[in-house]
Design a protein around this ligand. Sequence first.
Ligand SMILES: NC(=O)C1=CN([C@@H]2O[C@H](COP(=O)(O)OP(=O)(O)OC[C@H]3O[C@@H](n4cnc5c(N)ncnc54)[C@H](OP(=O)(O)O)[C@@H]3O)[C@@H](O)[C@H]2O)C=CC1
Ligand SMILES: O=C(O)CCC(=O)C(=O)O
Length: 455
Amino acid sequence: MTQHSSAVQSEIDDFMQGLVRRNPGESDFHQAVHEVAETIIPYIQDKPIYKEARVLERMTEPDRIVSFRVCWEDDSGNVRVNRGYRVQCNNAIGPYKGGLRFHHDVTLSTLKFLAFEQTFKNSLTGLPMGGGKGGSDFNPKGKSDREVMRFCQAFMTQLFRHIGADTDVPAGDIGVGAREIGYMFGQHKRLTNEFTGILTGKGLEYGGSLVRTEATGFGAVYMLEDMLKVRSQSIEGKTAVVSGSGNVATYASKKLIELGAKVVTLSDSSGFIHDPEGIDEDKLAYVLDLKNVKRGRISEYVSEYPQASFHAGERPWHVPCDLAFPCATQNELHEEDALALVKNGCIAVSEGANMPTTAGGVEVFQKARIMYAPSKAANAGGVAVSGLEMSQNSARISWDETNLNRQLRNIMQTIHDNCLEFGQDPGDDYIDYVRGANIAGFNKVANAMIAYGVI
Ligand SMILES: NC(=O)C1=CN([C@@H]2O[C@H](COP(=O)(O)OP(=O)(O)OC[C@H]3O[C@@H](n4cnc5c(N)ncnc54)[C@H](OP(=O)(O)O)[C@@H]3O)[C@@H](O)[C@H]2O)C=CC1
Ligand SMILES: O=C(O)CCC(=O)C(=O)O
C-alpha cells in the first residue's frame, strides 16, 4: 500500500466524506469508490485537467438510476411484489453494459458499487462499453421455472423502455443465467417486435456467442497465469482453493484442471466442500449438473464423493493452497481469511467475483506482497466476450470458438500488461495490480469525458 503525503491523504478523506454524505448507508458503494480514490487522487495530482474537470466526482455520480415495481403471480395465484433497478453509471466510451443480479440481498448500494466497478472494468477490456448494472431483490432459489418465467417477463416489461442495443445492454450475474436471459430476451422481443442484441449471454440458437459461458472463469485463470509468468512460474502442479459453485467458479475450476492445477474446494451460501483428492473433470461435470439442472446444494457433493467433507456455514480460505479464487460474492474474504491464506503459503489471488475481498483483506495481501488481481481486472473476461457478442450481433455473424478463445486470451493479456504499466514503481519489482487496473481503466473514460466538455 502506497503511503500518501498528508495533503493527498486529506484530499482523499474530504472526497470520501462528501461521497458518504451524498450516499448515506451505501457501504458497498463507499468501499468500491474508496479503493479507486486511494489510487486515482494521487495519480491526478500533477494532471490538473482531470481535477479541474472534476472527473472523479462525475464518475462517482451515476448518469441515471431507474427503479421500478415488479409485480407477478406465484404458482398459487398470490400476487408478489419485488423491486427492480438499473444503474446507468457512465456511457462515455460506449453503451451502458453490465449484468443483472437477482438475489434477495440486492440493494441500490450493491448495484451502485457494481455499476461503478463495471465502468473501469469495461474500459480495461479495450472494447467500446460503458458501465451499468441492475437487478432485483427477487430470489430465484426455490421458485418453479414458471414462477421464474413470470418474474422475468414482468421485470422486462418495466426494463425494456430503458435499454437498447446502442443504449444499454444488460447480461447475467448472480441468479441470472441462461434460463433467465432466455425469458427476458423473449419478452423484449414480444414487447418491441424486434430481434436485436439487447442482452448478452443469450443462447447460441438466438444470437449468443460461443465462449461467453466460460469467459469469466477462464479469464480469471488467464489473469493469474500471466501474473505467475512474470515470476517465471506456472499453474501446473499448484493447489487451488475456489469459492462459489456457479458460473464463474465452475469455469475457473475447469480451466485450472485443464492447466494441471488441483482444485480442492467449492462452496455456496451454506458452506464449502473440501475434496483433498482434487475435483477432476468428472466431478466437475457432476457439480455442473447439480447446480444448473438439479438446482441442488453443494453439500450434496459429499454423498456422491464420500472422501470429501462439507463444512457448513464456513468459507474455504483456511484450507492450505498456492492459489485462491474467490468466485462467489462481494466481501466473502475477510482480513482473517487473508491472513490464513498468506500464513498457509498462498502466493496468488485472482478475483472471479466482484469485490470479494474486504478492504482489510486487500491490505493483508498487499503488505505480504503476494500477487493479487482485483476483480475489475481479473473477471473482465466475461464482459469482454459480451462485447464480442455485441459485435457479432451488430454484424449478424458468428465467430468460431478458436477465434473467440484467442480474442479472450489476448484481451486478458492486454489487461494484465496495462496493470503492469501503471502498477509498478521504479526500482521495486512488486506489481500493485489494484493501482494498475484503476489507472488504466480511468484514463480512457476520463479522456472521453473531457472530450465532451461539461455534460
Ligand atoms: N457471470 C459472469 O459472467 C460474471 C460474474 N461476476 C461475478 O462473479 C460472482 C459469481 O457470479 P456467477 O457465478 O455468475 O453467479 P451464480 O449465480 O452462477 O453463482 C453464484 C455463486 O455464489 C454463491 N453465493 C451467492 N451469494 C452468496 C453469499 N452471500 N455467500 C456465499 N456464497 C454466495 C452462490 O451460492 P448459492 O447458490 O447458495 O446462493 C453460487 O454458488 C459474482 O460476484 C458476480 O458479480 C463477475 C463478472 C462476470
Ligand atoms: O457480460 C456482461 O455484460 C456483464 C458481466 C458482469 O456483470 C460483470 O462483469 O460483473
